[in-house]
Design a protein around this ligand. Structure first.
Ligand SMILES: [Zn+2]
Length: 124
């Protein structure tokens, strides 16, 4: 059971039209700007969490996913506004042994986004 203090520390992001909302703990490390072929195109800025740490809500039909190549990751976006809010892991592999959710920090409100620390990684 989370204490009141822990609950107030929770962070949220939404897509532009607010049909999708994610709630998750504060970042534990700098957000990761991954330069792989897909994350670079999305302009994604990731914070990684265990699946059970992230609460995902949508309006009932906003979420849709894109999986490519070996179909390990699903990049999830809003059907209405097109914002890519997070990725999830569809099946476990050697490179992704743990289920996790990566939250796209570009979806933060501007005030929080501007305070964010980030690092770039190669990704390929
Ligand atoms: Zn939306």
């Amino acid at each position: 059971m989370a204490t009141l203090h822990e609950q107030t520390q929770q962070r949220t992001i939404t897509c532009h039209c607010k049909a999708i909302r994610l709630t998750f703990p504060p970042l534990r490390e700098p957000a990761n700007e991954c330069m792989c072929s897909i994350c670079r195109r999305y302009g994604a800025l990731w914070a990684y969490y265990k699946v059970e740490e992230v609460q995902i809500e949508d309006d009932g039909n906003a979420l849709e996913g894109y999986a490519w190549g070996n179909k390990v990751l699903s990049f999830n976006r809003c059907r209405h506004c097109g914002c890519m809010t997070h990725y999830s892991i569809l099946r476990q592999t050697e490179t992704e042994p743990e289920p996790r959710i990566a939250v796209n920090c570009r979806m933060m409100e501007r005030e929080e986004y501007e305070r964010l620390e980030s690092e770039q990684s190669d990704g390929d």
